[in-house]
Design a protein around this ligand. Sequence first.
Ligand SMILES: Cc1cc2nc3c(=O)[nH]c(=O)nc-3n(C[C@H](O)[C@H](O)[C@H](O)COP(=O)(O)O)c2cc1C
Length: 183
Amino acid sequence: MIDMTSKSNYTKDFLNILHARKSVRHFTGKAVTRKQLEVLLKAGMAAPSGRNEQPWVFIAITERTVLDQLADDLPNAGMLYQAGGAVVVCADISLPIPEGKARLWSQDCSAATENILLAAEAMNLGAVWTAVHPYPDRQYPVRKILQLPENIVPFSVIPVGYPTGEDQPKDKFDIRKIHWGKW
Ligand SMILES: Cc1cc2nc3c(=O)[nH]c(=O)nc-3n(C[C@H](O)[C@H](O)[C@H](O)COP(=O)(O)O)c2cc1C
């Protein structure tokens, strides 16, 4: 594991990173390393989760054949053909939860997914959230290709790679979305 607490190259101002993040769907094809994916996985696991249950589990992929298989069988993840790696965020739905409490794994996996996207931006990599949950026709191929056990639900596939530069951040700030104090 790379020690993210030590002085490293990843020292861009956090708000700059956050506003520079964009969905990257165009990659150069250059492979990403296990070490790079490990940094992303550590960022994913730093996310908040309801009751701190951390229901996430991750499949990290660098094998070209697996990336291509997923690209072949998913209707929304063709960018995997050019990606250098991928992280699949999953939830372990067999974990016990307190009686009367709601399962929050989709919120938890969303937080982990966003953390991974931000970390990729910080590393000058590109990434995009491609939805798997709640589409059965996407879950089925991911389950089959990655040989997931029954209790593991695939939530998102995140292609990761070196951006070509074609994708740029959007300015989505909209003052009309803000209500101060009350509606
Ligand atoms: C829940 C969710 C599901 C998404 N699913 C897909 C997807 O299946 N395919 C895709 O190309 N982008 C997907 N995206 C990325 C969005 O299209 C993207 O975030 C949005 O257009 C805003 O652009 P930005 O990420 O560059 O700010 C998804 C994003 C979210 C949050």
